[in-house]
Design a binder for this molecule. Structure first.
Ligand SMILES: *[C@@H]1O[C@H](CO)[C@@H](O)[C@H](O)[C@H]1NC(C)=O
Ligand SMILES: *[C@@H]1O[C@H](CO)[C@@H](O)[C@H](O)[C@H]1NC(C)=O
Ligand SMILES: [Zn+2]
Length: 505
């Protein structure tokens, strides 16, 4: 799950004449498919879900996250790390071990990864370390990954033009106001002007953290700083005084290849697929066992249990990489679909964070008014599930924070559920679900403590049964589910907030 807005401040394609069996097999008299297995039912697939199996997989996933320790000093499954590569291998080998039930595809794509290991900014002769200083994401390190020294030099205007950088910027630490152009452009212009580092100070309230975006050889090590922390130095510089500064960033920026794994049943109508997805990666800060180990492992478990049955419609599982860098894997997957292939996906179900410790049963409020037709029928299937299990639920905004976004932007109905991320549980929600009001649904969201201990097993099991229910329902039949219609939607190609990494300007 991507951070919420608040925290981050930081041709008509018709599914070809759908062929439903004339007589749908019923649960009481299981029909036997050509491969000699009973047709899947919701009750049977739900009964196959056991928290013990899920927990075993979670323990294994944590061991895989630890493979990143030598490089990151802590467990993580961020893209490019050994922990993520091992996660991909684990998903692939688990599905491969199921024989010819599935066809597996690796979809490789390029991504940029960066990691800041350490940084320090000192301003003024006294070695003052401003509290709000942060290193920008995707910043290069300072020279030789060591400290650099220089006078702080105030850049003219917003530092978006090479002429804003006077000749005394050479060898200096460039001091640049936020605004007009991207952080990446400012950093590159400072680098071209000969600065040894750059500090971008906020033009509004609060601290400033963001990303330099697409790497450039001109970028220099770049910090963000609040306006409050900057003002005393701006005044000194305007008064003609010299401000000594010291900058240090140890970081890496790399171009890597990473992989989406897609597994599709060989059985079932390949023209009519139900698709579901979870993201295989975590943030760099921690092992991501809830976010989104929980969803990824539920998909693995459901895919494993499904092999006991036959299906009428194709079931396609996707494990996306690079979700935490800006929904990269799912964006790439959907962008690569031909119009014909797009039309075969009847709907997409997103399962990101299913076991939050202070959980709520959150259903994305995906309406047909605002989304491709069918999204609302899916939403209502989830609501029915919670209601028939005597569980409360809440509706939460379907606003593009996870991998469903590319699907709905390309005309594919979508939806999903989540157990909650960094939102604060209200008093009413504590009455509905238990847990603690005033605390995050997942107090370890995007942190080192997102370990096996961070999982609520009861919530995870219930939500995994919901996933089983959704898979079994559509694997049996799309009866009553809207046909696919147009592929291209108006918002096609329009980037939304959560695509791409972070604040860029
Ligand atoms: C796909 O990826 C898996 C997991 O990394 C790897 O074991 C397998 O060899 C790859 N297969 C192909 C055809 O590239
Ligand atoms: C559902 O919420 C109500 C309060 O709104 C609460 O009284 C009830 O116990 C909750 N049900 C469950 C199963 O937790
Ligand atoms: Zn996340």
């Amino acid at each position: 799950m991507r951070p919420s807005l608040v925290l981050a401040f930081a041709s008509q394609v018709v599914a070809a004449g759908i062929q439903l069996p004339l007589v749908l097999p019923s649960a009481s008299s299981p029909a036997v498919s050509s491969v000699g297995k009973p047709i899947v039912t919701s009750d049977a697939l739900q009964a196959d879900i056991d928290a013990k199996n899920l927990l075993e997989r979670a323990n294994h996933l944590y061991e895989l996250a630890k493979l990143s320790n030598p490089d990151y000093s802590h467990p993580t499954r961020v893209i490019g790390s050994k922990g993520h590569v091992a996660t991909i291998d684990y998903i692939y080998s688990t599905i491969a071990s199921l024989g010819d039930y599935y066809t597996i595809t690796n979809q490789t794509f390029n991504a940029v990864v960066g990691n800041v290991f350490e940084f320090r900014l000192e301003l003024g002769g006294g070695g003052n370390v401003p509290k709000s200083a942060s290193a920008m994401s995707l910043t290069p390190p300072t020279k030789n990954k060591g400290p650099v020294f220089g006078p702080l030099v105030l850049v003219d205007n917003d530092g978006c033009d090479q002429t804003d950088y006077a000749s005394n910027v050479v060898g200096s630490i460039a001091f640049i106001r936020r605004g007009t152009c991207t952080f990446g452009q400012k950093s590159a212009l400072a680098g071209k002007a000969g600065a040894v580092a750059a500090v971008i100070y906020n033009n509004g309230q609060g601290s400033l953290s963001g990303t330099l975006g697409e790497p450039s050889p001109d970028h220099v090590a770049t910090f963000g700083l609040s306006r409050e922390d900057s003002e005393p130095y701006i005044e000194e510089l305007r008064a003609g005084k010299t401000v000594a500064a010291k900058a240090y960033i140890d970081s890496i920026v790399e171009n890597i290849k990473t992989v989406n794994i897609v597994a599709q049943t060989n059985g079932g109508d390949a023209e009519n697929c139900v698709m579901l997805g979870a993201h295989s990666d975590s943030v760099a800060e921690g092992p991501g066992i809830n976010d989104d180990g929980s969803g990824s492992l539920t998909l693995l478990e459901v895919a494993t249990q499904l092999t006991k049955y036959s299906v009428n419609n194709c079931v396609r599982f996707g494990w996306w990489a690079g979700e935490e860098e800006g929904l990269l894997g799912s964006d790439y997957y959907v962008a690569m679909l031909s119009t014909e292939e797009n039309g075969k996906i009847r709907l997409f179900m997103d399962y990101d964070m299913l076991a939050s410790p202070n959980y709520a049963n959150q259903v994305y409020d995906a309406t047909n008014e605002a989304n491709p037709t069918g999204s609302q029928e899916l939403r209502d299937l989830y609501i029915d599930f919670y209601q028939s299990n005597d569980q409360n639920y809440t509706l939460i905004p379907f606003d593009g924070r996870s991998d469903y976004d590319a699907f709905i932007k390309h005309g594919i109905p979508g939806g999903g559920i989540a157990a909650g991320a960094e939102g604060v549980k209200t008093k009413e929600e504590a009455e509905m679900f238990g847990g603690k009001a005033g605390e995050w649904f997942d107090p370890c969201y995007h942190q080192l403590c997102d370990t096996v201990d961070n999982l609520n097993l009861a919530a995870w099991e219930l939500n995994s049964k919901l996933v089983a229910h959704s898979v079994a329902t559509f694997a049996r039949s799309f009866d009553g589910f809207p046909e696919r219609c147009t592929v291209e939607s108006e918002s096609h190609g329009v980037a939304s907030y959560w695509h791409g990494p972070k604040l860029v300007m």
